[in-house]
Design a protein around this ligand. Structure first.
Ligand code: FAD
Length: 168
């Protein structure tokens, strides 16, 4: 069965409170884990960037539900392709810590220093997400994420959601 990765950007209908974002993440982890979908969700400045990985069927069904959700709009697919491995294999949905949308980090992947995923090219978004995944793997193996060393603030580390998914 083909393994696929979808990356899209969208705009939230309102400025989300932490508990509203938590609600999205919790439902995402529960649903995704059931169908072998993994991924990551970034939220900043009312913009979302999400990566979904899994079987073609699961990705399409999940995205079809997400597309209808009134909590966001202006969904724009940045990239959709068959891949040979997952970036976020341990995560039903990883909440990307806010430090990844800091000016210093964003300037590595974009010509602008604000979080504007809908303006990112597919390769910029992919580079950001794959570096994030590599950093998560490195930090799991050896402590604090290297990329965030220069931008770290106390208490600003990742909140994680989800455990290793059951593969479809
Ligand atoms: P419920 O959660 O019970 O929702 C039933 C219906 O009500 C759905 O149509 C839902 O969209 C709507 N709804 C739920 N809560 C609200 C609310 N507070 N305001 C308005 N309408 C609401 N789902 C996944 O399964 N996987 C994902 O990876 C995923 N990522 C998401 C990313 C973003 C940026 C957003 C905004 C949503 C995401 N969702 C994701 C949620 C998805 O859009 C659906 O809400 C969810 O999949 C439906 O889950 P459910 O069948 O358990 O129904």
């Amino acid at each position: 069965m083909a393994l696929e990765r979808l990356i899209y950007a969208s705009r939230s209908a309102e400025l989300l409170k932490p508990e509203q974002l938590d609600a999205i993440l919790k439902v995402s982890v529960a649903n995704n884990s059931r169908v072998g979908v993994t991924g990551a969700l970034m939220y900043s400045s009312r913009e979302f960037l999400q990566c979904l990985e899994g079987s073609r069927e699961a990705i399409n069904q999940t995205y079809a539900r997400i597309l209808r959700d009134p909590r966001h709009s202006d969904l724009l697919i940045l990239d959709y392709r068959e891949v040979d491995r997952r970036w976020f294999s341990g995560w039903g949905m990883h909440h990307v810590p806010p430090l990844w949308s800091s000016r210093q980090v964003l300037l590595r992947y974009s010509e602008r220093e604000t979080f504007a995923p809908s303006k990112m090219s597919a390769s910029m978004a992919a580079a950001l997400l794959s570096d994030l995944a590599a950093d998560m793997a490195a930090s799991a193996a050896a402590g604090p994420p290297a990329i965030l060393e220069s931008t770290r603030s106390p208490g600003g580390m990742s909140r994680g959601y989800g455990t290793a998914p059951q593969r479809a």
